[in-house]
Write a protein that binds this ligand. Sequence first.
Ligand code: SF4
Ligand code: SF4
Length: 276
Amino acid sequence: MAKPRIAVHKFSSCDGCQLQFLTLEEELLQLAERVEIAHFIEASSDLDGGPYSDFDVSFVEGSVTTPEEVHRIKKIRENSKVVIAIGACGTAGGIQALRNWGDIENYKRAFYTLPEYIDSAPQSTPFSDHITVDAELAGCPPDQGQLKYVINSLLNGVQARIPSEAICLKCKRDGNVCVLVAQEKPCMGPITKTGCGALCPHQERDCYSCFGPAETANIDALGRRFMGLGMPPHGFAHRLRFIYSWAPIYREASERWIVRGAEYRPLPPSSTGANP
Ligand code: SF4
Ligand code: SF4
């Protein structure tokens, strides 16, 4: 039986998500026994017919930031049975989406000697703005365990179930002492999607939400809790405008907290309102 053909495509990104595949090392070799890694520019110059060949599964990394990338992702969608968007860039536009609040023409003039040669879309956008994606793996970068789980699920013909609960639940299961409650650090864990293994709280650091919003995120309660720690409303808005700034729920809340943040009442540090 022919092996399933897998591709890893790069768009506008730092390549960090692709490195999550490459640093699987021996496991990547085991995977190569079960699938044909047909197109993966970061790993091999043998591109097997180019990005528009037929693939069983295409992983797509990066955000869509140029007219050429809009065209390319549509062609990849046409030629792939399954398309999985990976990383903060692919699922929400990434850190580069911070430019979406400004005017791209001003940036081009400010940073490039010959701005007329820069062919850039007005905004940095996720793949789901342009095509139907079959699954999304969040994270900057995504978790290798989740990558392996999704690939194994596909190979075994079962539906992958990617958890979308808040990181706090992982902390509770692991017995972490809460850094928000015990150390009054502005941890974004109560509104951040699980998947990283609660890496930062495990090291007694506050989460900065590199996995993006959890499915049920009580954003205003967390903002009020941070106000109770002395953080001004625009400080909370800037916590939202970071790696997942263009995720709709963070985008909307950051705008609201900048314009109307002073209207919110702080929750005192003793409150557990934002923390499950
Ligand atoms: S607030 Fe942060 S440290 Fe506390 S339980 Fe949630 S994720 Fe863990
Ligand atoms: S705890 Fe938060 S900031 Fe740290 S790796 Fe996980 S999602 Fe990213």
